[in-house]
Design a protein around this ligand. Structure first.
Ligand code: ADP
Length: 260
């Protein structure tokens, strides 16, 4: 309502029922499609895996290449379906599943190990510096997904042997997770769009390294639900830094003595 003329008021009302219905239909549709696809995909991928393991005769060996391609593609589809389901859970549930103090330093140590495993023979040097006293109020599974997505991206977009540095610390502005890589970097004009679903700088490279195009969309949603913000700083050919800032109210100080 706004003042109008001398002693009148102008009231503007807008019926948004239809917009809300459309929004809900879109969310339900994505969730339903993902649920429906999950079971058949699991069956197909499972049988393909069994067939791949069988190299007992000539025919099995001849089929190996095709079966391998089919298995890889079905595995990729499983990844997309899992990520879509995760996104639809993040969108439909008002609050994170469990709100509890999460031991972020321990969680990050696991994520570091998973990232090192993903790197495998590429031998990335992945370091972690984490303040053991800084914990966060939130959902452990959602935060795991957030940190893993950023860490796996750093591995996937950094050439073999590159360096990846993870830091977890707190200051007067809150708690921060920063992950810096010496990878391929991102041109400035792509950065504002990176958290859109299926937005990729290089589709071939993303798919080739097992990407679904949904990782940073998940990151954005988890941050929204934890009063956090994402900051991306990158130079093509030099590397990138992704930083998550969490509000001070979320920070949970775990005394060192109690942690032992
Ligand atoms: P994807 O599965 O394609 O990696 P994401 O949503 O996780 O999807 O990321 C979107 C795009 O952002 C990627 O396709 C890639 O182009 C770019 N990107 C993400 N992280 C990095 C990084 N650490 N270095 C360079 N580019 C990155």
């Amino acid at each position: 309502m706004i003042p109008y003329a001398t002693d009148q008021r102008l009231l503007v009302a807008r019926d948004i029922t239809r917009i809300q219905q459309l929004e809900r239909m879109r969310r339900d549709f994505v969730a339903n499609v993902s649920h429906e696809l999950r079971t058949p995909l699991t069956v197909v991928a499972g049988y393909l895996e069994t067939l791949l393991d069988d190299d007992s005769d000539e025919a099995a060996r001849r089929w190996h290449k095709m079966l391998k391609a089919m298995y890889e593609q079905s595995h990729r589809m499983q990844g997309i379906v899992e990520d879509l389901l995760m996104l639809s859970r993040l969108e439909t549930q008002a609050q994170p599943e469990q709100q509890q103090p999460v031991a972020v330093p321990g969680l990050l140590a696991q994520v570091r190990e998973d990232a090192q495993r993903l790197s495998g023979e590429q031998g990335h040097q992945i370091s972690l510096e984490a303040d053991p006293e800084v914990w966060l109020q939130g959902s452990e599974s959602e935060l795991r997904s957030l940190f893993s997505n950023l860490a796996f991206n750093a591995v996937r977009y950094t050439p073999a042997g590159g360096r990846i540095r993870m830091r977890w610390y707190a200051d007067a502005q809150g708690a921060h997770f920063a992950i810096q890589d010496t990878g391929i970097g991102i041109a400035a004009h792509h950065i504002p769009r990176l958290t859109e679903r299926f937005y990729r700088v290089d589709v071939g490279r993303s798919r080739g390294s097992g990407g679904t195009g949904l990782g940073l969309a998940i990151v954005k949603h988890v941050l929204l639900r934890h009063d956090g913000q994402l900051d991306i700083d990158s130079q093509p050919g030099q590397g990138s830094t992704f930083r998550c800032d969490f509000a001070p109210a979320r920070v949970y100080r775990q005394a060192r003595a109690a942690a032992v």
